[in-house]
Design a binder for this molecule. Structure first.
Ligand SMILES: [Fe+2]
Length: 286
């Protein structure tokens, strides 16, 4: 796909003045410029994108400097597909990925944009999964951190905990078609676990930053609870289980244990466990 004319110039053009204003702090100068060439700076989406880039720079503290820069770049441009001048699919992760490639950016960033925040679930509901499958899907700390960045950046800028962010998404899409609503529901535990993995890595690194699950640091260090559960359930503390525990980190230990015992096997049940809303669980210390 080639974007021609004025729109193409906007995508390809790099505004040094905008980069100077935004890039030095966030390491994402060129990505900031690409985003600014498409997203009106007066818009909520611009503020969301800027907040996502700020969050990415926090999440990237546990990554190498190269990966952190790539992550911040991806965060800047993850939603540019909403502003594609002639959207080929109408699915913003795919349209955004094409814009990223068209701008001459690395395929890895384009692929991160294509799959950002578990886009595969909504792609399936919208009938574009085969197109998405054409992009390699990265899993690991960088893709997790992009989830963390997107899902802790409020839609109009600023920051939110992930549970509040997901609740806001559900509210805004309350009237959408059942198939899409079901896809969002299926997506949520994967987003929670990705964010919890990032929280864990930040807590372990002693990073001084907000967390996707803000209560966790205050109420109990997740490492202590993981250790306690590991002693009770040897062999069960997989990475995902640790993440799930962190997702429910403001449960008291007895309730966490009860839920864990109820989840007898497999990542699906661990995911279901991680999804258990905190306000549906009786706790002794809340
Ligand atoms: Fe976003």
């Amino acid at each position: 796909m080639v974007i021609s004319g004025e729109a193409g110039q906007r995508v390809r053009g790099v505004s040094q003045s905008r980069g100077a204003r935004h890039g030095s702090l966030l390491h994402g100068q060129s990505a900031c410029d690409l985003a600014a060439s498409l997203i009106p700076e007066s818009s909520k989406r611009w503020r969301h994108s800027r907040s996502a880039a700020e969050a990415a720079s926090e999440a990237g503290q546990t990554l190498s400097s190269d990966e952190c820069r790539l992550l911040v770049d991806a965060a800047w441009v993850h939603d540019i597909g909403y502003h594609h001048p002639d959207p080929p699919t109408g699915f913003h992760p795919l349209d955004g990925a094409q814009l990223v490639l068209e701008a001459g950016w690395p395929q890895r960033i384009a692929a991160l944009v294509a799959h950002h925040s578990e886009a595969r679930f909504m792609a399936a509901a919208r009938g574009v999964l085969s197109a998405l499958d054409g992009w390699p899907r990265e899993t690991g700390p960088v893709s997790d951190a992009l989830v963390w960045a997107d899902l802790t950046a409020a839609p109009a800028g600023g920051r939110l905990g992930i549970r509040d962010r997901l609740a806001d998404i559900r509210r805004r899409h309350a009237r959408e078609a059942p198939q899409r609503a079901a896809a969002r529901t299926l997506r949520e535990p994967h987003l929670l676990l990705a964010a919890a993995r990032v929280d864990l890595s930040l807590v372990r690194a002693g990073a001084d930053t907000r967390l996707a699950f803000p209560a966790a640091r205050i109420r109990r260090p997740p490492s202590a609870a993981v250790g306690w559960l590991a002693s009770r359930h040897p062999g069960r503390c997989t990475g995902d289980l640790e993440a799930a525990l962190h997702a429910c980190a403001d449960l008291n230990l007895e309730d966490a244990d009860r839920l864990l015992v109820g989840a007898r096997g497999g990542p699906d049940q661990t995911l279901a466990w991680a999804m258990t809303p905190l306000d549906e669980v009786t706790t002794n210390d809340r």
